[in-house]
Every structure is written in structure tokens, then in C-alpha cells.
Design a binder for this molecule. Sequence first.
Ligand SMILES: *[C@@H]1O[C@H](CO)[C@@H](O)[C@H](O)[C@H]1NC(C)=O
Ligand SMILES: *[C@@H]1O[C@H](CO)[C@@H](O)[C@H](O)[C@H]1NC(C)=O
Ligand SMILES: *[C@@H]1O[C@H](CO)[C@@H](O)[C@H](O)[C@H]1NC(C)=O
Ligand SMILES: *[C@@H]1O[C@H](CO)[C@@H](O)[C@H](O)[C@H]1NC(C)=O
Ligand SMILES: *[C@@H]1O[C@H](CO)[C@@H](O)[C@H](O)[C@H]1NC(C)=O
Length: 355
Amino acid sequence: MKTLNIMVIFAIFLFYSYFKTSSTTANECDFPAIFNFGDSNSDTGGLASAFPAYLFPPYGETYFHEPAGRFSDGRLIIDFIAKSFGLPYLNAYLDSLGTEFKQGANFATAASTIRLPNQIIPGGEIHAKLMSREEYFKRALYTFDIGQNDLGEGFFSNKSLQEVNQSVPDIVNSFSTNFKNIYNISGGRSFWIHNTGPIGCLPYIFANFPSAERDEAGCAKPFNEVAKYFNDELKSAVAKLRTDFPSAAIIYVDVYTVKYSLFTDPQRYGFELPLVACCGYGGSYNYSASVGCGGTITVNGTQIFVGSCGQASVRVNWDGIHYTEAANKFIFDKISTGAFSDPPIPLRNACFTSP
Ligand SMILES: *[C@@H]1O[C@H](CO)[C@@H](O)[C@H](O)[C@H]1NC(C)=O
Ligand SMILES: *[C@@H]1O[C@H](CO)[C@@H](O)[C@H](O)[C@H]1NC(C)=O
Ligand SMILES: *[C@@H]1O[C@H](CO)[C@@H](O)[C@H](O)[C@H]1NC(C)=O
Ligand SMILES: *[C@@H]1O[C@H](CO)[C@@H](O)[C@H](O)[C@H]1NC(C)=O
Ligand SMILES: *[C@@H]1O[C@H](CO)[C@@H](O)[C@H](O)[C@H]1NC(C)=O
């Protein structure tokens, strides 16, 4: 067992050295590690390691061929980010048995909110035994993809839309506070911050708020308006952080616009039925709050398994809440160019403070 572990670590090291020498050109950043902070949109096993019975097949069917801790049929945007730097797919930090964190870790867990406890940076014990070398913390890329659940939590409580909207400045303030703590504790200087997506285009919103006003794309307009307000506030907060910490590269990435294009122009990008879950059950959007993807439901005495539509490669929504691997790849391809970044810096140059 020990030998195997050492061999695996050695193999990863060789892999890393190979990429370091072969694919890094003068103008590209050489991130030895990635640390991600987020919710289920970038969870690579955090929730599943805490609650192993939560995700069942067909989760993971497209790429990992098993659930793999991800709320998708395959890889997430964060996986494509790691891959683009020749880094291994991130391990969830909760999943600390048999994993190692030399080249980064994922602090995302499904249902995480920005208003996390302050101790989201690991304590000494992880630091010492499992984590990256200290200088890796300084040279790592820090990615953030969070906010959807802060809004979702408000929508699903008894708060009115206006009340959720009014809580946005407070949520964004908490983000800035967490950012400053991470900046200070980690010594990191490269930050890649995704805004939140069009939550009003997701079947779980339609199922719970059937009378919400729709826009041209069929999305629930008031919910997207709150998301857009969140994004405006986040963008200003990030601009402020950039002024406060001029030596750091702090990049705001407009994921919203890219995701939204999948709902307005699906055919153009090779997708269909963007508002319908591939793996779900019931109603116009193939989604029901009472049974999820991978579950079973008894209808008229017959058990029905909630499986995959078998066409995840042309679908946008996987399980009513999360995107398919195909959609995640599309989003990654668009955002990595820098065309949706402020300042307009591509992902491979995300260690630089100006384009
Ligand atoms: C919302 O309010 C209703 C009635 O006031 C109450 O029964 C229900 O439990 C509340 N739900 C939540 C999530 O607080
Ligand atoms: C949210 O609040 C902002 C600032 O007060 C306001 O401009 C915006 O119209 C509000 N949006 C919604 C959907 O209530
Ligand atoms: C930064 O961290 C150091 C300890 O590493 C601490 O003493 C200091 O108060 C922190 N500063 C801020 C602004 O949080
Ligand atoms: C279940 O049975 C009812 C009554 O016979 C029928 O109207 C309904 O369509 C059935 N549902 C399904 C999913 O077969
Ligand atoms: C809805 O989900 C079921 C699995 O319960 C799947 O077989 C079906 O193809 C899905 N429908 C659509 C339109 O994707």
C-alpha cells in the first residue's frame, strides 16, 4: 500500500515536471497548484465524501463512469481549469483518505454559501501532512465559484424576492472578507473569480416557482435579476479588491453571460432542450423536488428509476440544478480565452495584473 502511494505520488510528480517543461512558455503562468472555493458547481467530492450515499449512477456516466463526487454526468469547469494547466483533477479536501493535495485542493462542497465560517483555509494538521509545500500556496491559482446557494437559500426560505435582493450587499461583503483572509493567510497572488450563473434558467426554480414571469429564453426573469444584481455588486467589490491589493492578479469572470447564451442560442452551440433536465422525473422540465437523478419513484405501483436521457452530450442541464459536462466544457472554452474577464486576461495568464 505504502509503495503504491509513493509510486502514485512519484508518477504525479513526473507528470507535473513533464508539463512544466513542455507546455509552459514565457508568457504563461506556472501554477503549481489550484485551490478552489465553491459550491456544488465546482464540488469534486466534498459532499460525497461526507455523505457517500448521496450520489448514485448515472452521476458520472460520461467521463468517470461512476459518480466521482461531482454533481454532473462528468467533469466540471474546475476540472477543465486544472487540466488546462496539466494539473490533476482536484481532490476534495474533505476526502482526505487516500488522496493528496500537493498540487492543490478543492474546498467546494455542494450547498456551500459564501457566508462560510472563517476557517475555510485548512488548519495546521492538513497543512503539515498533506498540503502543498509552503511556496506553492503563494504561487497557486485561487479559483472561486460561489453565490448560487446564497441566493437559492434565500429563495427557498420564506424570504421574498425583494428581501433576497436586499441581502446581496451583505453576501458580497462576506465574500470580500473571506477573500482578504485567504489573501492574507495563503500569500496567494492569483485569483480567478467566477460570478454566479442565471439561476432563473434552472428547472428547480421552475418547479418551485411555477408562476414566475419568464423572459424570451424561457428563464424565470425576477430570479435572474437578483443574480445580475449580485454580479454587479460582486464586480464592483472585486474592482475594489484590485485597488486594495495592486500586486495581486484579481480577475472577475462573467460566467453568467456564457451560461445564459446556452439558453438563448442552444442550437448555435450544438445543444437542445436547455431548460429540461436530462436526468430527472416529471413535468415539462423533467424535474421533481420529490425524486432526484439516480433515485427511484413508485408510480401507480410500478417502480421507476430516474436515469439519464442518454444524450447528455447535447444537453445543458443534467439534474435540474447542475450543468452537463458538455455545457461545462463549452463554458470553460469561452471563459478561458479572457473574453469574459475583467480585466480581459486569459486563464493561462491569470498570474498577471494587466492584459
Ligand atoms: C414559511 O412560513 C410558513 C407559514 O408562516 C411556515 O409554516 C413554514 O414553515 C415557513 N418555511 C420556512 C422554510 O421557514
Ligand atoms: C435589487 O436591488 C437593487 C438595488 O437596490 C435594485 O436596483 C434592483 O432593481 C433590485 N432588483 C430586484 C429584482 O428587486
Ligand atoms: C494577516 O495574518 C496575520 C497572521 O498570519 C495576522 O497577524 C494579521 O492580523 C492578518 N491581517 C489581516 C488584515 O487579517
Ligand atoms: C396512473 O394512474 C392514473 C389513473 O389510472 C392515470 O390517470 C395516470 O396517467 C397514471 N400515471 C402514469 C404515470 O402512468
Ligand atoms: C427525463 O428523465 C428520464 C429519466 O427519469 C429520461 O429517461 C428522459 O429521457 C428524460 N427526458 C428528457 C426529455 O430528457
